[in-house]
Write a protein that binds this ligand. Structure first.
Ligand code: ADP
Ligand code: MG
Length: 338
């Protein structure tokens, strides 16, 4: 069995406070089960980054599923069904539930018992026995949660997992903290989830590498300013069973098995990292056709789909901002229009 737990930053970010080298600050640390690197430019950079890291650690301490001191752990392991929850949980779970509804349940924040049955939270993974899958699936179902005015109604036996939205939320919040400090130029990589604050100091956009889901290196480069860039991919966390079959960590809530629909990665670009993170997971589960239909119907974000055969689709808002690397594929990205 093999697990690649994504300890490396998943996206390359070309950084540089050109011309202001003395004011460039970088902070790298391990949090939320991944390696994070934040770079900020300008006189407020150092203080801003320190506060941003503190905010990320605070979010981690509340949303972790495995830390016995976290709010999510308290909800999952406590007794009683009507539980008061704090602001971070209310915001993330509220968004996850809204997305669950909009995506027909492709995102389901109650999937944790099934995620655990696969062992994705532990050292060892395995394909669960049918009986285990049945038993754990019976304890899921986002429709059975109620969240209103700071109180969560959670039927006994159900467990919450905000792993599909937590890092995007952390990026959004860290970006907010930096802006509140007066930072106008920063790039944050939270295990491959990118949050771009402003543009580079010379006014040109930040350049973000989009990982090749089926090879080393990158599939393309994206130019962004003031945006989150969040990718969900089957390459991020997986194991190989005894027969050599690969099983990855994004599960289709309809079956309890890893989503398999020909998509290898989905990158969502938009103003709200929390929403982008939830969407990237949901659209990955939905597959190409449903993801495209969802974008047409909802908008408010842009996306990059990479499928088998290295087939790349970008929504029209990214057409001028995304370049496919010729070493990845000679084909141009297909542009999806409304
Ligand atoms: P990553 O955490 O690697 O960036 P995602 O944001 O796509 O990737 O989140 C995947 C994580 O979310 C899984 O590790 C699991 O804990 C949880 N998860 C898996 N499938 C789903 C799903 N369909 N809905 C909600 N959460 C999921
Ligand atoms: Mg996600």
């Amino acid at each position: 069995m093999k697990l690649w737990a994504g300890l490396l930053a998943l996206c390359l970010v070309l950084t540089g406070c050109s011309g202001h080298a003395e004011e460039k600050q970088r902070r790298s640390f391990f949090a939320m089960d991944t390696y994070m690197t934040m770079t900020a430019c300008g006189p407020e950079a150092e203080a801003g980054l320190k506060s941003a890291e503190a905010r990320i650690r605070q979010i981690e301490s509340e949303l972790s599923v495995t830390d016995p001191g976290s709010e999510v752990y308290r909800v999952n392991h406590g007794s009683g069904t009507d539980i008061p929850v704090g602001k971070d949980m209310e915001e993330t779970l509220g968004t996850a539930l809204a997305l669950a509804e909009e995506t027909g349940g492709a995102l389901d924040p109650t999937l944790y018992p099934v995620v655990e049955a696969w062992g994705f939270t532990r050292e060892r993974q395995q394909v669960p026995a049918d009986e285990t899958l049945r038993e754990t699936m019976a304890r899921t179902g986002w429709e059975r949660l109620r969240l209103s005015e700071g109180t969560l109604h959670r039927p006994e036996g159900m467990e919450i997992d905000l792993g599909a939205v937590g890092k995007g939320y952390a990026g959004r919040e860290a970006g907010r903290v930096l802006r509140a400090h007066g930072v106008t130029s920063a790039i944050l990589s939270l295990g491959g989830n990118i949050e771009a604050v402003g543009a580079r100091p010379d006014g040109t956009p930040w350049r973000v590498g989009i990982r090749a889901p089926d090879a080393e290196g990158h599939a393309g480069m994206l130019s962004v300013r003031d945006a989150a860039v969040v990718t969900s991919g089957s390459y991020e966390r997986y194991f190989t069973d005894d027969s050599g079959k690969r099983w990855h960590h994004i599960l289709d809530p309809a079956s309890g098995y890893p989503a398999e629909n020909g998509l290898l990665s989905v990158t969502v670009v938009g103003p709200d990292g929390l929403l982008c993170d939830g969407l990237s997971t949901a659209l990955f589960v939905m597959g190409r056709d449903k993801a495209e239909a969802f974008w047409r119907a909802h908008g408010g974000f842009e996306m990059i789909l990479i499928g088998e055969g290295r087939h790349i689709t970008v929504t029209e808002g990214l057409a001028e901002r995304f370049t496919v690397l010729p070493e990845y594929t000679a084909e141009k990205a297909e542009v999806l229009r409304r």
